[in-house]
Write a protein that binds this ligand. Structure first.
Ligand SMILES: [Fe+2]
Length: 304
């Protein structure tokens, strides 16, 4: 039996040529979206089409430039693999990931919740579950000692027990273990569970800032824009707890020379923090992560 595409339904639109003007073309394109069944998808596509047409008209896009843009998207796809997610990197360097995070956290931020920050391309699935107080740096990892003393609480300050805390960070050499043959598998990565008081803690080393990968189309774009390519040193966190909206964030080293020029615009608001130096020369990061009530969602994990 021949399946009929759902769009092959008779349209009641008048059958006449589209007048050859950008305005009439846009009307026709928007009309073509009117039967999209999912209302949210229809709304998103409607807005996307309007802005896309307005953008092309504003810059008077040439056909050659359109081809170049399409090829750029093809290259983004080709540069994405198990080692690196170029699509996520693109959303990051455009500031789009940070914007979406801020939109999503609007209510939490108004109520004093922790600022979100993008997940980025380096979170790995199946990070090892470690007990609180564990050392997450292998013995071969050089660098200054860092103790992270964290607490997960609700907006009104109540502890959230049994929350899953995912963390990952670059080494003092500025590389994640999956980018660096000299580091052990899953070095500087862990999953913790908060105790009855919402606490989690671990020993590690002070991370270094790093350049985002520039061997793909995103790097080419950054070069054309003559932009800085550095991220300030940071630790990533994702907190998952039943009854709360998932928080993905990063804590940045406010003393990093690049603290105020993050290439992916993630270092916002109170996420810049000073790591306290201790008598033994190590550092301590005291951390409170405040979650908004809502539905827990496990984010898309970019790496296996
Ligand atoms: Fe990172």
């Amino acid at each position: 039996m021949k399946m009929e595409h759902p769009s092959n339904v008779a349209s009641d639109q008048p059958r006449q040529p589209i007048p050859a003007t950008p305005e009439a073309l846009l009307s026709a394109v928007l009309a073509s979206n009117e039967r999209t069944a999912d209302p949210r998808l229809r709304h998103i596509l409607d807005s996307l089409l309007r802005h896309l047409h307005a953008f092309a008209s504003e810059v008077q896009l040439s056909y050659a430039e359109l081809e170049e843009g399409i090829d750029f998207l093809v290259q983004i796809g080709k540069a994405t693999g198990p080692e690196k997610h170029e699509g996520i990197l693109l959303a990051d360097i455009l500031g789009l990931a940070t914007l979406v995070g801020l939109i999503d956290a609007k209510k939490a931020l108004a109520a004093g919740g922790t600022e979100p920050a993008l997940i980025g391309p380096f979170w790995r699935a199946n990070q090892p579950l470690r007990p609180n107080g564990a050392q997450i740096a292998s013995a071969q990892t050089p660098g200054d000692k860092l103790f992270v003393d964290g607490r997960v609480v609700s907006l009104d300050g109540h502890p959230i027990p049994n929350a899953r805390v995912e963390t990952w960070q670059a080494s003092p050499g500025g590389l994640y273990e999956n980018q660096d043959p000299h580091q052990e598998d899953m070095n500087l990565r862990a999953r913790f569970e908060t105790d009855e008081d919402g606490r989690f803690s671990f020993h590690s080393v002070r991370p270094a800032g790093y350049a985002v990968p520039v061997d793909g189309p995103c790097g080419k774009l950054l070069g054309l824009q003559r932009r800085d390519i550095m991220r300030p040193a940071h630790l990533h966190f994702i907190v998952l707890a039943e009854g709360y909206k998932t928080l993905a964030t990063q804590i940045f080293d406010a003393d990093d020379p690049n603290a105020y020029r993050d290439v992916v615009f993630g270092a916002v608001g109170s996420l810049l923090q000073h790591f306290d130096v201790q008598e033994d020369g190590g550092y301590v990061l005291n951390l409170e992560l405040k979650l908004e009530p809502g539905t827990m969602r496990v984010p898309l994990c970019p790496l296996p």
